[in-house]
Design a protein around this ligand. Structure first.
Ligand code: PAJ
Length: 277
């Protein structure tokens, strides 16, 4: 496996690599969730490219950007062990040589949920993913369902901007107790980690209520959301959404997405489950 830091270097390496090319964009701090994306990419392509880039443009808090774990050597080893052929790990100066004047926005899907609570976040995500798509020119790109709104944004961007790329969603990888794997979990203290599972429990409770026939989103929010009423938890949102439009849903008729974002101490966690029709 080769690690390339320059755009010219990754383009050269890709020119000699067999297609289809599968691409897994990440910000590093790789865990078993990322590993699953790489495995799925390996199953569906001849060349697997993993990018590792902590994208300053998508952080709404400077401290969060600075604290984000950077661990290129262990990340490269994990990528290689799971079947990656190329790692693209550019510096911020390589990607943003000067102040950017061009941005990609998907306003139709980002008015609520993380789009509302993290202004500019999805503009940063869409812009970096579009740039990486131009650099890597993959045939497939893999994204986790854990970031449901991000996945919807990428689907829309690929369609609207005519990228010749198939977006492949990958189911959320969880800890045995249900907590979704996240690079941010390592920041939780033991007591915080114990309480963090409540987010998944609340989503699972909502899913159960919908499975039992409840259709009133307000009642579901109230009953399932009660699991988040803990002094250590600050709820950012806990709501039902239409998975296509990413608008809040008042009627829980499937398909409906249950989405939650909470803060425990300094750590922000998100998760979701889909109730299928
Ligand atoms: P990052 O948080 O590193 O996640 C990279 C990819 O891994 C995303 O597609 C994310 O949904 C997926 N992922 C994370 N945790 C997962 C889990 N527990 N199960 C399955 N997939 C999981 O998302 C980003 O980086 C960035 O916004 C990026 C798209 C790279 C743009 O900078």
């Amino acid at each position: 496996m080769t690690v390339e830091q320059s755009i010219a270097g990754i383009r050269r390496a890709l020119a000699e690599s067999p297609r289809p090319v599968g691409f897994v964009p990440t910000m590093g701090a790789l865990h078993a969730g990322h590993a699953r994306l790489i495995e799925v990419a390996r199953d569906q392509s001849q060349t697997v490219v993993v990018s590792i880039f902590v994208n300053p443009l998508q952080f709404d808090q400077a401290a969060d950007y600075e604290q984000y774990q950077r661990s290129l050597d262990t990340d490269a080893a994990l990528a290689e062990n799971n079947g990656a052929h190329l790692v693209f790990a550019p510096t911020a100066a390589e990607i943003y040589p000067g102040p950017a004047k061009t941005f990609v926005e998907v306003p139709g899907l980002t008015g609520h949920f993380c789009g509302a609570s993290r202004p500019g976040h999805f503009r940063g995500v869409a812009t970096i993913v579009a740039k990486l798509f131009h650099i890597v020119q993959p045939d497939l790109a893999l994204f986790g369902e854990k970031d449901a709104q991000q996945l919807a944004v990428i689907h829309a961007m690929v369609r609207d901007l005519n990228f010749p790329i198939t977006v492949v969603p990958v189911p959320t990888v969880r800890e045995p107790d249900g907590l979704a794997l996240s690079s941010r979990n390592s920041r939780l203290r033991p007591a915080e980690r114990r309480i963090a599972v409540r987010l998944y429990q609340a989503l699972a409770r909502a899913q159960q209520l919908i499975g039992a026939g409840e259709r009133d989103a307000r009642k579901i929010r109230q009953e399932a959301g009660a699991l988040l009423l803990q002094p250590a938890i600050a709820v950012d949102y806990f709501d039902l959404a239409n998975p296509k439009t990413m608008l809040p849903a008042s009627d829980a008729t499937p398909p409906v997405l249950i989405m939650g974002a909470i803060r425990i101490g300094q750590t922000r966690l998100i998760d979701n489950v889909l109730c299928q029709a």
